[in-house]
Design a protein around this ligand. Structure first.
Ligand code: NAP
Length: 295
């Protein structure tokens, strides 16, 4: 077996943990990239002591820098990055800002995965089958006209809604994937985005959820798949030999290419979102596709 090094963010619970478990069982070297040391170590005990814990709080730029510096120092090769973690608490009513002055959902769910991948890009493109896997949501189907608000992505002027903030961040991740797959042309690396279906959530993780929402989730759970089922699609995208040729795809569950909203695949809109993204991050992309010279 070709043993891969796979970094999974948010690997201490839900789909991230199930995916870590699934891939560790196949003998791959799994890095549990989590923010909370106790929860990370509990997951490590459950999954296997040969997994590696790397601490990263994706709402803090300094923590992402510290994590990527550690990864460069300690990991050697990195084959796969799965940007799974997300800020996803529907009980969250008010806009919250990070210590660096960003709206928390926008930063954690969109800017942070871009920054993380960017800072690990040298290793990912050096791998013979580097893969960057981002995560969107099936819920985007219920927001067919959603766009990224280029003027106000962080709800400075408009009224904050956790659902709007969350789906905007997931749409931006999908657009980032399409952009990145193009930047990676001419390298061996690929970028794809998994569209997560309705997956059972551990409601104990959301103690502040009002009772009516808990009841709603209990009903929803009857139509949900398990994190372990969803993790199969993660594992295929990360490790499957055939998936190595696929890039710029939106992948549904079970593993299959799925549709992309018209807005999200418009090249101009993608360019605008990515210009905004890198401007907010205050960096230049570490990889950029250069058109081969003709004539
Ligand atoms: N469940 C669904 O039905 C569903 C549907 C559509 C899309 N998704 C997507 O699927 C992915 C996994 O979701 P899940 O259902 O497995 O949810 P989950 O069990 O709540 O897992 C989310 C993970 O993200 C981590 N996280 C949150 N904020 C973080 C931060 N600032 N820094 C580092 N880690 C952070 C959490 O860590 P802590 O334990 O420390 O909080 C947790 O490990 C997410 O991208 C989610 O948006 C899920």
């Amino acid at each position: 077996m070709n043993r891969k090094t796979v970094i999974i963010t948010g690997a201490n619970s839900g789909i991230g943990k199930a995916a870590a478990q699934r891939m560790a069982a196949e003998g791959h070297r799994i890095v549990l990239a989590c923010r909370n040391p106790d929860r990370a170590e509990a997951a490590q005990r459950e999954i296997g002591e040969d997994t590696i814990v790397g601490l990263v709080d994706l709402s803090r730029r300094a923590s992402i820098h510290a994590f990527t510096d550690w990864a460069h120092r300690e990991l050697g090769e990195i084959d796969v990055l799965i940007n799974n973690a997300a800020d996803f608490d529907l009980a969250h009513k008010e806009r919250e800002m990070t210590a660096d002055g960003f709206e928390r959902i926008w930063f954690t769910n969109h800017l942070a995965p871009v920054l993380l991948a960017d800072r690990l890009m040298d290793r990912l493109v050096a791998s013979p089958q580097g893969r960057i896997i981002n995560v969107s949501s099936m819920g985007l189907l219920f927001h067919p006209f959603l766009t990224v608000d280029l003027k106000d992505p962080m709800f400075n002027q408009r009224t904050f809604s956790v659902a709007k903030a969350y789906y905007q961040s997931k749409l931006a991740q999908l657009m980032y994937t399409l952009w990145l797959s193009r930047q990676l042309s001419g390298t061996m690396a690929t970028a794809n985005c998994i569209r997560v279906s309705n997956v059972r959530l551990d409601l104990d993780r959301f103690p502040d959820l009002p009772q009516w929402m808990k009841n709603l989730y209990a009903i929803k759970a009857r139509f949900s798949i398990t994190p372990e089922q969803m993790a199969e699609t993660y594992a295929q995208a990360a490790l499957n030999g055939d998936a190595g040729n696929q890039t710029g795809q939106h992948i549904g569950h079970p593993f299959k290419e799925t549709g992309i909203p018209v807005y999200a695949k418009d090249p101009l809109c993608i360019e605008q979102v990515m210009q905004l993204t890198y401007k907010q991050l205050g960096i230049r992309p570490s990889i950029s596709y250069e058109q081969p010279e003709t004539g």
